[in-house]
Write a protein that binds this ligand. Structure first.
Ligand SMILES: [Cu+2]
Length: 69
């Protein structure tokens, strides 16, 4: 199961790395990939993860969480 998270504020590879690192700490996230140009991250999930957890991870990384789709 994959979900796309819309994020504002990432501007380079370093930002992408911060975001991936935080998202991959979430229980249920198998892997994450972030794209600063697109302003999004894609997470591969092994189970349902509450949207609030994505929001917390994105904010912990230092960026603005918009939504999950
Ligand atoms: Cu950056």
């Amino acid at each position: 199961m994959k979900k796309t998270i819309i994020i504002e504020g990432m501007s380079c590879e370093h930002c992408e790395m911060h975001t991936v690192k935080e998202l991959e700490k979430i229980d249920g996230v198998i892997s994450a990939a972030a794209d600063a140009d697109q302003g999004e991250a894609v997470v591969e999930l092994e189970k349902e993860v509450a949207e609030a957890e994505f929001k917390a991870a994105v904010e912990e990384a230092g960026y603005e969480y918009i939504k999950t789709k």
